[in-house]
Write a protein that binds this ligand. Structure first.
Ligand code: ATP
Ligand code: MG
Length: 567
């Protein structure tokens, strides 16, 4: 980044986050030869969720804005939990969000050799030792934040013996859990992470990239900071829980570094979303226990779930902009995310007619067999989206909700003797109903239309209070529509000490409607195509959909129904 463009950025009016301010200051000071280099370091043990999107937008976003680079680095230090499926999905999701790592796709496992050599170097310098004690004992000796730890009896082992044992650990001579390598730092440190942390453990499982080459694997804390260092990362942006790890990362880099360069770690608050939870471990449980249909179930907070639900990358990036980056943990309101997607789709999604709970209305004075095409504007927010023709005929479907036989005062929809406009077509008046003999439910309504009231015609001055959406019965496309609601009915399902999060699963989070009637233009809609169903909400074509049997997911209703309930 050169002086001039930096000054330009500074002059811009949008306030910058504290992190961005650090970056600007570092650039001004000329640190790292004015290089900005970040990385996004996912562990490939699950699918990305919207929390990760917050980190991605920052890591890639800062690099983009300040002429830097952002690496994608998989933190694949635990061969037991990691899978190639996750690697592929993570890459797909980052691209979908709108970011790219170019040729810089790295793996912590790329550095297993260097990390091993560094561990050996620490042993040689008396800064690491092999501990033969079981995990429980090591953990008990750690002490508490107010009580110093107890030194291991193996802490004073000779360098020669340590070197020999560590090599043999890696040859597979010892069982998992029988020995670990620990950094020799300070058992009395007020920071628990500095009390001789474990840096290597024995794992006898094949690794997805290094196969059987290693029998010892570095702990995350030993791999993470050094990987940043090996890659020349200048700003290691991470979530707040790593703040307490920073002294350990610094200590390790102190042992490793040859000059002034070191990655600067800056922590920010996690994204927590109300009515859901972010932990990959728990999301995996939902998938494995069949509580949802998969990682991409449209109720999941995963990026693939949100995509299938109909969220756009723009709306997610906008939401992340709105919540910003701070030093305080909080729960972000999911209504804000819903607001962001409404705002985006309002401008971009064509508005179409779809009837979810159909009721047939027969217009008795409309000629049988006649079909007229009425012209409907695709999106009044954007003229360039044009118009389309929608067929109108004698029998149309309207929404059951839009008819009442004995309406209360101020019901401005259809009722016997009342008039409404069928949007884009005519004013109709209800003359009567047909009920089923057994159940007394309304099967059809009978109406008459006024031929002089066609929308856009001469006599359209006549005003009626209600306007309904409709679909011509003979032209309608049948569809299944999946109405999604929040997966949990508690704001913080995973944060309740006394109760398991499963107790808060919302039993009404998925309602499937069959036999919905859609205007015929939707027959050719493809998966992930997005629409506003007039008066109802935003909907998106599901992957299960095909021309013969359409399936739509509701992304969000037009208005926030939860806000009303909670008032
Ligand atoms: P989880 O706790 O959900 O399992 P994780 O932190 O273990 O997630 P990683 O794959 O290690 O998942 O995360 C990769 C990066 O994404 C890390 O830098 C982490 O700080 C960041 N990240 C993870 N969750 C969030 C979140 N909720 N908000 C912001 N950043 C997050
Ligand atoms: Mg993690």
């Amino acid at each position: 980044m050169n002086e001039e463009s930096l000054r330009e950025k500074e002059g811009s009016k949008t306030p910058v986050s504290f992190i961005e301010q650090f970056i600007i200051d570092d650039l001004k000071e000329g640190k790292n030869n004015r290089r900005i280099h970040t990385r996004f370091p996912p562990e490939p043990n699950g699918y990305l969720h919207i929390g990760h999107a917050k980190a991605i937008c920052l890591d890639f976003g800062m690099a983009q804005k300040y002429g830097g680079k952002c690496n994608l680095r998989f933190d694949d230090t635990n061969p037991v939990k990691e899978e190639v499926e996750y690697i592929d999905s993570i890459k797909e999701d980052i691209h979908w969000l709108g970011f790219d790592w170019e040729e810089r796709e790295f793996y912590a496992s790329d550095y297993f050799g260097k990390l091993f050599d560094f561990a050996v170097d620490l042993i040689r310098r008396g800064l690491a030792y092999v501990d033969d004690q079981p995990a429980e004992v090591i953990s008990a000796q750690k002490g508490t934040p107010s009580q110093p730890g107890v030194e291991s009896p193996f802490r004073t082992r000779s360098i020669t013996e340590n070197l020999d044992l560590f090599e043999r650990m890696n040859k597979g001579e010892f069982d998992e859990g029988s020995r670990v390598l620990r950094a020799r730092i300070d058992m009395t440190s007020p920071n628990m992470h500095m009390r001789d942390p474990i840096i290597y453990r024995i794992i006898k499982a094949a690794h997805h990239r290094t196969g059987e080459a290693w029998k010892v694997y570095p702990m995350y804390d030993f791999a993470h900071g050094q990987s940043d260092y090996f890659e020349g990362v200048t700003h290691s942006l991470c979530t707040l829980e790593f703040e307490v790890h920073r002294p350990l990362y610094d200590w390790l880099i102190d042992q490793l570094k040859k000059d002034d360069y070191r990655p600067r770690q800056i922590e920010f608050n996690r994204l927590n979303l109300s009515y859901t939870m972010m932990s990959k471990r728990r999301l995996l449980e939902l998938v494995q226990e069949g509580k949802v249909s998969g990682w991409d179930d449209p109720r999941m907070p995963t990026l693939c779930g949100l995509r299938r639900r109909g969220y756009t990358p723009e709306s997610i990036r906008r939401f992340i902009d709105l919540i910003g980056y701070t030093k305080f943990e909080a729960i972000n309101d999911v209504s804000l995310l819903e607001h962001a997607v409404r705002e985006d789709l309002n401008l971009r999604a064509p508005r179409v007619f779809g009837v979810l709970n159909p009721l047939k209305a027969i217009i008795t004075n409309y000629p049988e067999g006649k079909v007229e095409n009425v012209t409907i504007i695709n999106n009044p927010e954007d003229e360039s989206m044009g118009k389309r023709e929608v067929p109108f005929s004698r029998e149309v479907y309207i929404e059951q909700e839009d008819f009442m036989e004995n309406p209360p005062h101020k019901f401005f929809r259809l009722a016997p003797g009342m008039e409404v406009r069928l949007k884009g077509a005519y004013i109709i008046k209800c003359a009567g109903v047909k009920k089923s003999e057994n159940t007394n439910t309304i099967e059809e309504v009978y109406c008459t239309y006024d031929p002089d009231t066609r929308s856009g015609g001469h006599a359209t001055e006549r005003k009626v209070k209600g306007t309904l959406h409709w679909v011509s019965a003979q032209h309608a496309a049948d569809a299944e529509v999946r109405l999604y609601d929040r997966l949990f009915n508690h704001e913080d399902p995973a944060g309740q000490k006394e109760k398991d999060y499963r107790e808060f699963l919302n039993p009404g989070s998925l309602k499937i409607l069959k036999g919905c009637k859609l205007e015929p233009s939707l027959k050719s809609a493809r998966p992930l195509d997005k629409f506003q169903f007039q008066r109802l909400g935003y909907f998106c074509v599901d992957y299960d959909s095909n021309e013969g049997s359409l399936v739509f997911n509701r992304t969000v209703p037009l208005r926030d129904t939860w806000a009303r309930i909670n008032k």
